[in-house]
Ligand binder design. Structure first.
Ligand code: GLC
Length: 629
């Protein structure tokens, strides 16, 4: 967070403005019959069920119905969104059938291909997933709690917690000219506000989702937020003498009262007042993702089809799709350009941004109209999606087999036949990862660039990879396996670790620049963030393993409200309320609500999740457009 500060721009509204390629990285986990799509997952969950018991949600009930899981791009998005009903398994059925989905997947062979077509296969039979055989009876309780049916003291306290969370969320609403336009980052009168009295774009996403998912959805605040931030994008953004790209979205904004002009004015921060002066690369992506959720939920295309909204999307994408010196399809970023908004060694090609980039490309692909220059942009998006997916699925993927491959890498290889493409020196593998990597499970590592692999685990990038179907179904299953296998490390006493492990000692000094807020196991450096609960829950449901989310939610319920909804927790297991954590942190509250709303009604997941796109697979290799032989 940056200190309380005047913002860079201040104006009122009237002012100007695998495809699973058979390549090493993703081949090491054999595909099991993991549900490939949400539709398939539900089909599995509904197996053997009398159709008369199917619970349907009809569009006439309220405006926020989801549609089936057959989520194709473009026109199909629109067509699907007009469908009337979704089959929702009851909590009991979900519980019963999820056990069988997990059981089917639990004992499988790990078959791996040595990187670059090397020397053969390793096969090992692994022990069953810890979640197999775990009683999911409690899931029923969670469901009834979430739907407000109070059946017992524990449920009663969870219901009270939900009620409290809704009240606190409402207290965080920010008004501009008589309309709700966002939520404050925190409502904590006991500590200095700094910039926690602003509306952060990334923080609003779980708040907006909670508003969309709740009964009697609060659509207006989401729509107003999307339009207001779009309006801010239109401003000229200057830091010192340098003008930022047109498409940059603000990190945050606030409303103040101009006594001279006697009216409310908006003040926005595009990174010019943030710590490190870094523009938020994630803001634009989150904005596109939320726009798609709004559209999916309401079936109101009039918003996404507005020429201004179409233009806003194009401006964001143009920032990322322009030609340059890049040899990778990933996006080059400065440190501190996302949720981790201070120096933490995430410069380069951080997984969080790459996964959000992929997600936003796919969402925009559904909403962009081909008129004018739209068609050409859509073609560029398709190519980038294909290249990005290939790159991440292959070069970021790490599991036991792949780690062993890297451990045995040769170095200094030239030409196209190189196996160790980025010349990663095996001696740079940190000791911790050799211990941490379980036989069952895997994850996308934090960063890949020449001679550099950041082996740290980052939760957001991995969960977003699952939600956007950047991960293959086998990779998604392996990520959830890893979470189960390393529960103490990644979930601990309070969900969830933002990154694992923490930087300590000399590493902390050189990588963070001795950041006193990011000391080991605190804040961004291995702290535990309750807001991340919604992402874990979404990923758990998508992979057919809601019991993982349920366990994490139960942990959070033991303390979150009692502790006053802190921003983050400290310590190896997340036992202590963070040293500088704000209380009543709005996205901690909203993250909990969204997690509960999805567990109660798994079809809510469809508002945020994308299915695998089987249409866009291999790129067609064509000559460069400028080739005029
Ligand atoms: C901190 C977090 C950032 C968040 C902001 C407001 O700066 O690092 O991700 O958006 O607080 O909650």
């Amino acid at each position: 967070m940056s200190p309380a500060s005047p913002t860079e721009v201040c104006a009122d509204e009237s002012e100007k403005k695998t495809s699973a390629h058979n390549s090493p990285g993703n081949a090491s986990v054999k595909e099991t019959d993991t549900p490939e799509t949400i539709a398939e997952a539900y089909q599995k969950l509904n197996l053997g069920r009398d159709i008369s018991s199917v619970r349907t949600v009809s569009t006439s009930v309220d405006a926020r119905n989801c549609v089936d899981g057959n989520d194709k791009e473009g026109e199909q998005f629109k067509k699907n969104s007009t469908e009337k009903a979704v089959v929702v398994p009851t909590a009991e059925e979900m519980t019963k059938n999820c056990n069988s989905v997990v059981a089917e997947n639990s004992e499988f062979e790990v078959v791996s291909n040595i990187n670059g077509g090397g020397s053969g296969k390793t096969t090992s039979v692994l022990k069953p997933s810890p979640s197999v055989g775990m009683s999911l009876e409690n899931l029923v309780e969670v469901s009834s709690v979430a739907s407000g049916k109070n059946s017992g003291s524990e449920n009663g306290s969870a219901t009270a917690m939900m009620d409290e969370a809704w009240d606190l969320l409402a207290q965080s609403y920010v008004d501009f000219k008589g309309q709700h336009v966002g939520t404050l980052a925190a409502v904590d009168n006991s500590s200095e506000a700094l910039n926690y009295n602003q509306v952060f774009v990334r923080d609003f996403v779980p708040c907006g989702l909670a508003c969309l998912m709740k009964n009697n959805a609060d659509l207006e605040i989401v729509k107003n937020f999307l339009l207001k931030t779009l309006h801010l994008q239109g401003w000229e953004k200057r830091i010192d003498n340098f003008t930022l790209g047109e498409g940059v979205m603000p990190a945050s904004f606030k409303i103040s009262y101009d006594t001279q002009r006697q009216k409310e004015v908006l003040q926005a921060d595009f990174g010019g007042t943030a710590i490190g002066r870094v523009a938020p690369v994630d803001s634009g992506f989150w904005w596109i993702i939320l726009l798609r959720s709004y559209t999916k939920c309401t079936h109101d295309y009039s918003l996404s089809e507005l020429p201004e909204v179409q233009r806003g999307m194009k401006l964001i994408l143009n920032l990322c799709l322009s030609d340059g010196f890049d040899t990778f399809p990933t996006l080059l970023c400065a440190d501190g350009c996302s949720m981790i908004d201070r120096r933490m060694g995430i410069y380069g090609y951080p997984i969080e941004i790459q996964a959000l980039f992929f997600f936003a490309l796919r969402c925009a692909r559904q909403m962009l109209k081909p008129e004018h220059d739209g068609k050409e942009l859509i073609e560029r998006i398709d190519k980038r999606i294909t290249a990005l997916r290939f790159h991440i699925q292959n070069y970021y993927w790490l599991d036991f087999t792949q780690l062993n491959n890297i451990y045995r890498y040769k170095t200094e290889e030239y030409s196209h036949t190189a196996v160790n493409k980025f010349n990663v020196i095996p001696e740079s593998i940190p000791d911790w990862v050799l211990e941490f990597m379980p036989l069952r499970g895997g994850y996308f590592i934090g960063n890949v660039s020449p001679a550099r692999m950041d082996f740290r685990w980052f939760l957001i990038g991995n969960c977003i990879a699952i939600l956007s179907s950047l991960a293959t179904p086998a990779q998604a299953t392996a990520i959830m396996d890893l979470i189960e296998e390393r529960w103490t490390d990644l979930i601990g006493e309070m969900p969830l670790k933002i990154v694992y492990p923490a930087l300590e000692g000399h590493q902390w000094r050189i990588v963070t620049g001795c950041d006193p807020k990011n000391t080991r196991w605190s804040y961004h450096n291995g702290g535990s963030w309750p807001v991340l609960l919604w992402l874990l829950t979404a990923a758990s449901i998508k992979t057919g393993r809601p019991q993982i989310a349920k366990r994490a939610i139960e942990l959070a319920e033991q303390r979150l409200s009692k502790d006053g909804w802190p921003e983050y927790y400290d310590g190896i297991t997340g036992r202590y309320i963070g040293k500088q954590a704000r209380k009543n942190q709005t996205w901690s509250i909203a993250g909990y609500l969204v997690a509960k709303l999805m567990i109660e009604n798994p079809s809510n997941l469809l508002m945020i999740s994308l299915e695998e796109d089987k249409k866009i697979t291999k790129p067609k290799l064509t000559r460069s457009a400028s080739w005029t032989f």
